[in-house]
Design a binder for this molecule. Sequence first.
Ligand SMILES: *[C@@H]1O[C@H](CO)[C@@H](O)[C@H](O)[C@H]1NC(C)=O
Ligand SMILES: *[C@@H]1O[C@H](CO)[C@@H](O)[C@H](O)[C@H]1NC(C)=O
Ligand SMILES: *[C@@H]1O[C@H](CO)[C@@H](O)[C@H](O)[C@H]1NC(C)=O
Ligand SMILES: *[C@@H]1O[C@H](CO)[C@@H](O)[C@H](O)[C@H]1NC(C)=O
Ligand SMILES: *[C@@H]1O[C@H](CO)[C@@H](O)[C@H](O)[C@H]1NC(C)=O
Length: 390
Amino acid sequence: MAGNSSLRLLILGLSLLSFSFQCFCHCNVNKKGETNSTGIKGMFVFGSSLVDNGNNNFLPNSLARADYLPYGIDFPLGPSGRFTNGKNVIDLLGEQLKIPSLIPVFADPQTKGSKIVHGVNFASGASGILDDTGSLAGHVMSLNEQIRNFEEVTLPELRRQLGLGCSRSSESSPSLGNYLFVVGTGGNDYSFNYFLANRSNVSLQTFTANLTSSLSTQLKKLHSLGARKFVVMSINPLGCSPMAMNMMNNLPTTTRNGNGRRCVKDLNRAAHLFNSRLKSIVDDIRAEMPGSALVFVNSYKIIRDIIKNPISKGFKDSSTTCCQVTSISEGGNGILCKRGGQVCKNRSSHVFFDGLHPTEAVNVQIATKAFVSTLKTEVYPTNIQRLTKL
Ligand SMILES: *[C@@H]1O[C@H](CO)[C@@H](O)[C@H](O)[C@H]1NC(C)=O
Ligand SMILES: *[C@@H]1O[C@H](CO)[C@@H](O)[C@H](O)[C@H]1NC(C)=O
Ligand SMILES: *[C@@H]1O[C@H](CO)[C@@H](O)[C@H](O)[C@H]1NC(C)=O
Ligand SMILES: *[C@@H]1O[C@H](CO)[C@@H](O)[C@H](O)[C@H]1NC(C)=O
Ligand SMILES: *[C@@H]1O[C@H](CO)[C@@H](O)[C@H](O)[C@H]1NC(C)=O
C-alpha cells in the first residue's frame, strides 16, 4: 500500500516536471498540468473573513459582508467582499506563489470548469470551526460545510479538469501535492461564540481542546481527499482589535499596548492558548497524515509586534479603525464599516481597517513573512517558500 502511493507520488512529481500529466490508464494527457516556478499550481482556502475573497456576497441572508465601499477602496476591482481596503493575505500569498492571484469563490455560480484549476476559496466571513459559530450573522458557511463543498462539488470537477478522473481506484483520492491548502479560522469561535454566550458552559481549556481537536479532524479529512501541503494560520490578537477594546475597555483585565490603549487580556489569552495547541498539532498530526507537510503562520505574533511598536514597522495608528464603523449605540456591532461611511486618508498608516480586520499594509507584512521569514516564532517549522519545495 505505502509503496504504491509513494510510487504514485513520484510519478506525479515527474510528470509535473515535464509539464504534462499522464494518467496511469493513459486515457488522458492533460495540458493544464503546468505550474509556476514555485511548483504550486493553486490554493484551496478555508476559513473566516480574514481569508474570505467574497463568498458571503452570494449568501442572501448573510449579514457579514464587505461588498460595499469603503471596503475595496484600494482594491483594483473595488468592493469585492474582501474584508479590508485592498488585498487580503490570500491575494498576497497568491502573488508570492506566482499563481493567477485572484482565487475564485466557491459560492459564485461562475466558479466552475477551467476556472477552478488554480484553486477555489471556500472561506466565509463570521464562520468558525464549530457549526453554530456565526449563527448570529445569518447564513454563513461553517468549516465543515466548506470542506463538504470541496469534497462534493469542487473535487469531482477538479478531477475532470485535471484528467484525474481515471485514477485507478475510485476509493483513493489523487494526491493534490501541487496545491496549497490554506486554513485560517478559529477567532470567531471565541469572539462570537464562547465569549459572547458562553453557552458551551465550559472552561476555556475544554472549549479550546474541543476546537483544536475538531480542527485536526478537519485537516485529516482534507488529507484523505488528497491534500498534502497545508498552511494553517494562527488566530490574531483578538483582544487588541478596536471592536474588543471599545466593547470591553472598561474591564480591569487589560494590558497596555504601544499606543497607550488597552488590549483585552481574556481574548488574547484565549487566542494564545489556541495558537499554542495549533502549533503542536502541526508537529503531531504528520504521523497521521502520510506524505503531508504543514506550516503554521503566527499572524498573532506578527500583528502583536506591529501593535507593540507601530512606528518602527511603518504604522502610525494601531488602535482606531480606519473606516467609520457601525457603532454599538446605533445598533451596529462596532466591527463592519458603515456603508459609504468615512475612511482615513492614509490607509497604510493604520493597522486596522474596520473593527476587526487589518489593512492591506498589515496583510503585506503577514504574507511576506509567511513566505520568507526564517524565524520559527513567525513560521513553524519553516516558511511557505520552503514548503513549496518539499
Ligand atoms: C504563472 O504565473 C503567471 C503570473 O501570475 C500567470 O499569469 C500564469 O497563469 C501562471 N501559470 C500557471 C500555470 O500557474
Ligand atoms: C452551567 O454549569 C453550572 C455548573 O457548572 C450549572 O449549575 C449550570 O446549570 C450550567 N448552565 C447551563 C446553561 O447549562
Ligand atoms: C464560561 O463558563 C465556564 C463554566 O461555568 C467558566 O469556567 C468560564 O470561565 C466561563 N467563561 C467566560 C468567558 O465567561
Ligand atoms: C465539541 O463540543 C460539541 C458540543 O458543544 C460536541 O458535540 C463535540 O462532540 C465536541 N467535539 C469534540 C472533538 O470534543
Ligand atoms: C502614509 O503612511 C505611511 C506609513 O505611516 C507613510 O510612510 C507614508 O508616507 C504616508 N503617505 C502619505 C501620503 O502621507
